[in-house]
Ligand binder design. Structure first.
Ligand SMILES: Nc1ncnc2c1ncn2[C@@H]1O[C@H](COP(=O)(O)OP(=O)(O)OP(=O)(O)O)[C@@H](O)[C@H]1O
Length: 369
């Protein structure tokens, strides 16, 4: 990817099936655009020889029910004009769930200056997970590389909740401007949350909000109705309410004593503020402050959501009865009943079931913000 001329967009070869430096250089005309191509087989040596920045755009063509692919195509001429002078621009379309993780890992190992998620929170989530491998940050295979790879986002998803914390909308041209500007000014560090099972294994990373029980179940159902746009969250919530029971849980904050939390409706762990298509659930979360905000809803009935929904959306629910908030570096959450059926999601993606441990990795990634 890194031997491209600055004025073209390339279809990126990152697939993680084999390291790119093992591949034979090859140019293939893409059906997408006459001046795009696939280039294969550029290794770490090529990275240091280029003075242009290497940007890898990881595009989920299925994001927002296919709208991401259409918007991305429309964006390309602008992106080429805005970034082509200073950057090698490389696009890689995902072929299915988890592909973005592999693309990202390979791009970082190849020394990319930035990996930019193009899609929704699910795509961003996968790209963030690609920054890690077996509990450690992924790094360039070129031991002389002096830079780390930055994370970027062109929000083009259904909910695009992470972007809301920064006040970004779904305007992709604005996102390209942000990328162009940030590269001239330098990136910020952002915290990343990590989730483990009870034994501290099976690590999974999140950048936005992880949550437990009703909201996680609602998210699980909502993912099946993305074709309805933001309405999917309402449908998902209604479906999750059917047969829902609040559950007694125990939690342990920062390795302290276990505490009983009766009748938990939902427990949300925020690195950023929004989830569920615009609900400001963890309003005090700041992605770079080294803490996670935990908000717990207890004893909620369905009508509480009807009466208090506007407060959840505008972030004023912390003053409501049976809502509590605390700032933590780590939290362990277990259900008392041990049913193994309490849903957990991270960044809107279904992760599994309790028990789980959550903790913060302060300043884990450079972000183009
Ligand atoms: N090529 C693909 N085909 C099918 N699914 C894919 C593909 N690439 C990625 N995915 C999956 O699509 C899911 C949703 O993608 P994404 O988050 O980009 O859009 P969204 O769900 O519409 O937006 P949001 O998460 O912000 O609501 C992700 O979980 C990802 O695993």
């Amino acid at each position: 990817m890194l031997l491209l001329s600055s004025c073209c967009i390339s279809v990126c070869p990152f697939t993680a099936k084999q390291p790119s430096f093992l591949r034979t250089p090859q140019r293939i005309t893409s059906g997408l655009s006459s001046d795009r191509m696939i280039l294969r087989g550029v290794g770490a040596a090529a990275v240091s020889s280029s003075t242009l920045r290497d940007l890898v755009f990881v595009v989920n063509p299925q994001g927002a029910n296919g709208r991401t692919a259409k918007e991305w195509k429309k964006l390309l001429p602008y992106l080429r004009t805005r970034l082509g002078k200073d950057c090698n621009v490389c696009e890689s379309l995902t072929t299915g769930p988890s592909h973005a993780i592999d693309i990202t890992r390979e791009a970082i190992r190849d020394g990319a200056d930035a990996v930019i998620a193009v899609g929704g929170d699910g795509t961003l989530h996968e790209v963030v997970n690609g920054f890690f491998w077996e509990g450690k940050p992924v790094s360039s295979l070129n031991s002389e590389a002096s830079h780390s790879t930055a994370l970027g986002l062109i929000p083009l998803g259904t909910g695009s909740d992470f972007a809301r914390t920064f006040g970004w909308n779904n305007d992709p041209c604005e996102a390209v401007d942000r990328i162009a500007k940030e590269f001239s000014q330098g990136c910020d560090r952002v915290d990343v949350g990590v989730i483990a099972n009870k034994e501290g294994r099976d690590l999974h990373y999140f950048i936005n909000v992880a949550d437990v029980h009703l909201s996680a179940k609602a998210g699980f159902y909502a993912s099946k109705y993305k074709k309805f746009g933001n309405l999917c969250y309402v449908i998902g919530a209604l479906q999750a309410f059917m047969g829902h029971d609040n559950q007694d849980m125990r939690i342990r904050v920062n390795g302290g004593e276990w505490e009983l939390y009766p009748q938990v409706t939902a427990l949300c762990v925020g690195n950023a503020k929004y989830f569920g298509g615009g609900m400001k659930i963890t309003p005090n979360a700041v992605p770079g402050n080294g803490n996670l905000e935990v908000v717990v809803l207890q004893y909620f009935k369905w009508y509480d959501f009807v009466l208090k929904l506007h407060k959840l959306y505008n972030g004023t629910h912390l003053s409501v009865n049976n809502v509590s908030s605390r700032s933590v570096q780590s939290i362990e959450v277990e259900e008392i009943s041990g049913s193994g059926s309490i849903y957990v999601q991270s960044d809107g993606e279904h992760l599994g079931f309790l028990p789980r441990k959550f903790r913060i990795l302060p300043g884990a990634i450079d972000i183009i913000s």
